[in-house]
Design a protein around this ligand. Sequence first.
Ligand SMILES: [Zn+2]
Length: 106
Amino acid sequence: MRRPAPPGRIDVVVDRDPDADTDVTVYLDGAKVTGSRLAVHVVDPGAGGPDHEWFNSTTTHAADVPEAVADEIDSLAQGYHDRHACRDARCRALPLADDRTADNLL
Ligand SMILES: [Zn+2]
């Protein structure tokens, strides 16, 4: 007999196959979510520090990505990309984490 899922429960199953791609399966209320309702976002900087091209592609979102999701992805990407060393104008315009802390102290 199957256990019913409590309403609103979301389960995410991540299959990290060491010899193949990572697969993600999402269940909402115990039912598998498929098709256009499912959007998977992977923030994977890889080894050795991601360059600006990675940062730019990771923080460029489709129009239907919810703002809160885009903000979360952007925050993660900013944590991985070394913007101190980046010469791109977009990175130079963004406040660095250290700068935000300094602003909060004023
Ligand atoms: Zn950059």
